[in-house]
Design a binder for this molecule. Structure first.
Ligand SMILES: [Fe+2]
Ligand SMILES: [Fe+2]
Length: 351
């Protein structure tokens, strides 16, 4: 919250909108940089000071870079929006995402935070309503913006990884898998730019088929019965179908969605194929998928540290993965994790 009250020249009706500080739950703080784009908005901006929220900019008045400078000069580093406008704000962010992510005046951590916030919103909407074509269009545009950000900013991956939610939700998991597999592909030259963008999108969509499975099954802490297990095993094929119905026509993307549970040494599902028969994009997804699932808290298993997850992937699960891609994950996560491999896990049980 700003320490001092900034008294800008408000329009004459501003006082009508002044609100008591008890209304704080009705407001959400936002970073002024995220909306200083000179674009029209469909939500108003407020300032907080002297125990009151005061209207700063009506929705029709854009915020420009000069306004941002003035706010900074006056010690204002937070603006507020009505919590009922939060969805509108996230939509606005997404429509200007490319511009925001390439604004080098904004620290990388802040840009990463905005990307992650938009990603969560886009994916939550997709998983709520996968049949709405608008949701799929938003996911496609997000995949491009995310991949460009990772390409241009070498520190973006670490910054995004630090933000990832540690509780497992299919929509955040999909964001994580997309980010991790994109970062893996950027470390190898065999995947060109076009395929990297496909991979980012395939990551976001890979578990779309889970929208057809009830949460009782997805979050079941105990063992699944045969019928439930069949439902789970159908999600790659159903995901492919849903993506196709939504307008995805690219065969590589559809193939990656369908094959992300195939195992490199064979024996996976739905088709039990192996090695290079598996779509290359799917092989990236498998590595990212397992790593993210293990490092987040799921209903039926504990959360592993990055080191413990990698250790288990290398020692006990390596049949699942393309060994070249697994190596890239190890190097991507850096020396501190690699050094740990081969040592006894200090906590969290035996692997
Ligand atoms: Fe899956
Ligand atoms: Fe997954």
């Amino acid at each position: 919250m700003p320490k001092t009250a900034y008294k800008p020249s408000l329009d004459s009706t501003a006082r009508d909108f002044a609100l008591d500080k008890t209304s704080i739950s009705r407001f959400v703080p936002i970073a002024p940089e995220s909306i200083a784009d000179g674009e029209a908005r469909n939500f108003s901006l407020y300032l907080y000071g002297d125990g009151r929220f005061v209207l700063y900019r009506r929705s029709e008045l854009p915020l420009a870079i000069e306004d941002l400078t003035r706010l900074k000069e006056n010690g204002v580093d937070t603006l507020w929006i009505l919590s009922t406008d939060h969805k509108k704000y996230l939509r606005h962010l997404q429509s200007n995402l490319e511009k925001i992510l390439t604004d080098y005046r904004v620290p990388i951590q802040d840009r990463s935070k905005l990307l992650y916030e938009v990603s969560r919103d886009v994916m939550e909407d997709l998983f709520k309503d996968p049949d709405d074509p608008v949701n799929l269009t938003r996911v496609e545009s997000l995949a491009k913006d995310q991949m460009h950000f990772l390409e241009k900013e070498p520190l973006a991956f670490r910054s995004l990884l630090g933000l990832t939610c540690h509780h497992y939700y299919t929509f955040t998991h999909s964001v994580h898998v997309s980010i991790i597999s994109s970062a893996l592909a950027l470390r190898q030259t065999i995947i060109d730019k076009e395929n990297r963008e496909k991979l980012a999108l395939a990551g976001l969509l890979h578990d779309l088929g889970k929208t057809l499975i009830s949460t009782d099954i997805l979050d079941k802490p105990g063992k699944l019965d045969q019928k439930e297990w069949i439902e789970i095993k159908n999600h790659p094929t159903n995901g492919r179908q849903l993506a196709k119905q939504g307008g995805v026509i690219d065969r590589d993307i559809l193939g990656a969605i369908e094959q992300h549970h195939e195992k490199y040494m064979g024996g996976g599902y739905p088709n039990g194929i192996g090695g290079n028969e598996i779509n290359i994009l799917a092989r990236y997804l498998t590595v990212a998928d397992v790593f993210d699932a293990m490092t987040t808290k799921r209903a039926y298993d504990r959360r592993y540290s990055a080191y413990a997850a990698l250790d288990k992937m290398v020692r006990q699960m390596k049949n699942l993965f393309d060994p070249e891609i697994l190596k890239v994950l190890i190097s991507l996560l850096g020396e501190p994790v690699m050094e740990g491999i081969g040592r006894k896990v200090e906590s969290g049980g035996t692997l």
